[in-house]
Each structure stands twice: as C-alpha cells, then as structure tokens.
Write a protein that binds this ligand. Structure first.
Ligand code: ADP
Length: 485
C-alpha cells in the first residue's frame, strides 16, 4: 500500500517551543504490516530535564494570562485539527491500526474535547465562605500548581492526548507529555499544530523515548507537581509509588474488566448490536470495552444468535483499506495475549462460535490480525473472565438470578465500567446502587463525552477525565483567611 503521508515530518519532539532531535532514535511500526514506518527521538535524560525546566519557566506567564486568551490558543488548535483531519486520521491509522473511519471520529472527538475545555477553563471559579469573625473574609482560590507530566496510551493516540493537554492548559498548568512508544506520531502531529497556534514557548513540551527511563525522570523531578496517566494498572501502581517520593498529585485512568448484564426483559437484538459496537471498536482495545457478557438463561439463545450474526458480518483488514470494520492489534505481544486467553477458554470447555485464530496470508501479511471471536459457555474458571482481554473477543457467560450476576460482575479488582440492559425501572435503580464501578451504561454502551466525568474505582484508577471534574483534577485550592479590620 502506498504511504499517503510524508512520515519524516514527524521525527522531532518539542521542547521550549523548539523542534528537537534525539541522539538516539526509536522505531515506529505499522501494526497492519509489522514494518517500520518512522523513527522518533529516544530522548536522553538531559533533554527530558530541559523539557521539564522549560515548562517550569513558562508557568508564571502562562498562568497569569486571562482564561479567555488561553482559550484562544486551544480553540485555534482544535480548528487546526479539524482542518487537517484527513491527514491526521491517516497517520493515526498507520501507526495504530484502527479503521480510518474510527480515526476520523477520534480526530473530531479530540477537537470537541479541546473546544469544551477551552470554554470550561473560563469557569474555574473560586469561592467566598462566610467568615467567623467581623472584618474577615475566607477566600478559596482555584489555581494550577506548576508543571504536570502527562503519559498517554496507544489505544486512542489523539483523544487521550486531548483529554489531558486541553484541561491542563485550560487550568493553566504547563506540561510535558510522553506519548506511548507505539503511537508517538499522532502526538507529534498534534503538537506541531499546537505550536503553530503561537502558544508561548515552553507551555507545552513533548518528549518521546524509552518509557521506563523517561517515566522515572518525570517522576523524580521535583518541579513536576502532578502526573496524569492513562494505561495499565501495573504501570499505574508503579507511578503511584514513584510519585510518593516527591508527593506528586496523581490522576490514573487504568485497566478494567468491564461486564455487561443482559436481563431477560431486554431486547436481545438491540443489546447485541450495542455490545458488538463496543466490543469490536478499535479491535477491542478500549479501556471501557466489554470484557464479560452476562446474559440471562431465558434469552441466551436469541442473544447469542443475534451477536453471532453481527460478529460474522465484521470485515477485518488493514485500517486504511476500504470497508474494514476491525483492524490489527497493536503488537505481537497483544496478539499473543489474546491467543493465550482464547486457548485457555477453549481448553476449559468454552464453545468457540466464531473466530478463535490469528489471520494469515494476504491481506494480513505480517500484521497482528486476529479474527473477531465469539466464545459461549465461558465460566469463572477461565482466565478470560478475569484478565483484561484488550482484543476482539466476546466471551458469553450465563446467569439465573440478579443476586448471582451482581456478585459475579463485582467480583473483580477493577471498577471501570459496567453496562446493564433491562426495561425494568426498579431494577435500573437497584443496579446503579449496587454495582461497584466508576461508570454505568444503562441500555447503551457509549460513555465517553467531553462533558462527562469518566474514571474508575478500585484498581481502575483515581480521578476523573472529562467534565467540570476533569478540570478540577488540574487545580489545587489555595485558602486565604483575610482580615481587613
Ligand atoms: P498498555 O498496556 O495499554 O500499553 P502501558 O501501561 O504499558 O499500557 O502504557 C501506557 C503508557 O505508559 C505508555 O505511554 C507507555 O509508554 C507508558 N509506560 C510504560 N512503562 C512505563 C514506566 N515504567 N514508566 C512510565 N511510563 C511507562
């Protein structure tokens, strides 16, 4: 396939408003072919420190700007992303694999998030509290605390950058972003556009390179007052430990093991359509993607038949090819994990109804393609019921009572998203109360909106992204007892 864009353009980082090359480079691969498509800097420690210091120097002037001026830069950034949407979407697909139509949606979504936070930054209100003494005022200021380190994952290389950079800048933090090693090109392209708005030098810095080394550098530096991370629970725990040494504030959006419960009064066709859309988006690599499908025995057959017909209709192919619904996984390691989980489920009696194998031969070449898979008869003994799959595999379990299914749904160290399908109003209310999760979808599986506070409980994370609450993550309170008489 002809590469539609000039990839050498995306080989630099941004530090202090300048383009920066590294001494060493890191390769970026196209997961649809397994081939190297670009090289980006593997930045040395000294350069990472420089990025942090640039952000530190820019902080005073950036935070003193009127919110409306900061909003101006953000709105121009959003507009530039929309104006260059086709090129950005192709780049995103090239390094990440998802179908072009999804990449286009992600770029539009990123622009929407940036615009929303441009406006919300104008509403970072403080408070005046009635005082205890005459001649006194108790004031609460809401302000930024300095430099934030942002670490983003590979599954939404544009949206996750927007969801962190936009509220951070709107709340007047300055920042250093480290994108995922597998998908740095989209972040670089996004930063090229951010810099083109004329944003003051050093307000936003971008560093790429070996994750553990750069991460450790960010975590150790005392000027970084906050870390916002989206990724695995394993790395989130490590960052929390590292943050303790300089008492950084942390916001963590981590893994999940999200269940959906389909009650007997649900419409099996509608549930199957929504669940397939959620499950196979981005080849199953979505943090609030469904991991366990609990369906009531009474509608099990109708539901499985509806889901199976949807799975069979999915077309797998390179994301840039016409009509692909599902692209490749991000890497050989991701593919191996999915193979292991499906192998374990089948060995323990799971009923493979579709897929269950790696795709080979043309047009799959050396890419990381796995056939959309449906396994019924899944039980709690199988690894797939406990581990985050992050792949195009739908495991179906059955249940008989509400009590039993709630216990099973909650029986996980994670608590990101849970979905419920039922028409029973009282049951909806009960579910909202008893499910131990940060986000619930009732009769729908879409959750991420700019204005909504998304985030996890238990080992799925700390803090929220999106909404007013997502802006508050980037503010600290300064309380002033002011005596005037
Ligand atoms: P995933 O499994 O979704 O790729 P990871 O937690 O491995 O999730 O990666 C999410 C982000 O964390 C990426 O930007 C990755 O480069 C980064 N990362 C990985 N290891 C570390 C680490 N030791 N310190 C800091 N960041 C890391």
């Amino acid at each position: 396939m002809k590469t539609p864009i000039e990839l050498d353009r995306y080989s630099c980082n941004w530090i202090g408003g300048e383009r920066v090359q590294g001494m060493a480079a890191m390769e970026v691969e196209n997961p649809a072919t397994g081939r190297t498509i670009a090289r980006v800097p593997d930045l040395e420690d000294e350069a990472v420190d420089r990025a942090i210091e640039s952000a530190g120097q820019a902080f005073d002037s950036w935070s003193r700007l009127p919110a409306g001026v900061r909003a101006g830069y953000l709105n121009e950034w959003a507009q530039r992303l929309l104006d260059h949407s086709e090129e950005l979407a192709s780049l995103l697909t090239l390094e990440q694999g998802k179908p072009l139509v999804e990449s286009r949606g992600e770029i539009a979504g990123a622009a929407a998030i940036i615009r929303w936070y441009a406006e919300e930054g104008k509403r970072a209100y403080g408070e005046i509290i009635p005082a205890s003494n005459e001649g006194q005022q108790l004031l609460v200021y809401r302000e930024a605390a300095g430099v934030v380190g942002l670490i983003t994952p590979m599954n939404f290389p544009a949206a996750t950058v927007a969801r962190k950079v936009a509220p951070a800048l709107a709340a007047s933090f300055t920042l250093v972003l480290k994108p995922a090693e597998t998908t740095p090109l989209t972040a670089i392209a996004l930063f090229d556009h951010l810099m083109a708005t004329g944003i003051p030098a050093g307000a936003a810095n971008l560093v790429t390179g070996e994750a553990a080394r750069i991460g450790a550098r960010l975590m150790a530096h005392p000027a970084i007052r906050k870390i916002s991370f989206t990724g695995s629970t394993r790395i989130g725990k490590l960052l929390m430990e590292q943050a303790a040494r300089t008492v950084k504030k942390v916001s963590l959006e981590l893994g999940g093991n999200s269940p959906v419960i389909v009650f007997p009064d649900a419409d099996p066709e509608k549930a199957a359509a929504d669940i397939a859309a959620n499950k196979f988006e981005n080849c199953g690599q979505v943090c609030n993607g469904i991991n366990r499908i609990y369906v009531h025995e009474d509608i099990r057959d109708a539901f499985v038949a509806a889901l199976l017909s949807r799975v069979r209709r999915l077309r797998t192919g390179p994301g840039l090819s016409e009509g692909a619904d599902v692209g490749p996984l991000i890497s050989g390691a991701a593919l191996a994990k999915v193979e292991r989980l499906v192998g374990d489920a089948v060995a323990k009696g799971g009923e493979l109804l579709a897929g269950g194998r790696r795709l080979q031969g043309e047009p799959y070449a050396d890419g990381y393609f796995y056939a959309p898979t449906l396994i019924a008869g899944v039980t709690g003994e199988m690894d797939i019921a406990h581990e985050e799959i992050f792949g195009p595999v739908a495991p179906v379990l059955t249940f008989r009572t509400e009590e039993e299914v709630v216990a099973a749904a909650n029986d996980t160290a994670y608590g990101l998203a849970t979905y419920v399908y039922t028409q029973n109003f009282a049951r909806i209310h009960r579910m909202i109360r008893v499910l131990k999760t940060g986000n619930i979808g009732v009769n729908g599986t879409s959750l991420a909106y700019p204005q909504a506070p998304f985030g996890g409980v238990k080992e799925s994370g700390i803090g929220r992204e999106g909404g007013r609450q997502g802006l508050e993550e980037y503010t600290v309170l300064k309380y002033v007892a002011l005596t005037t008489e």
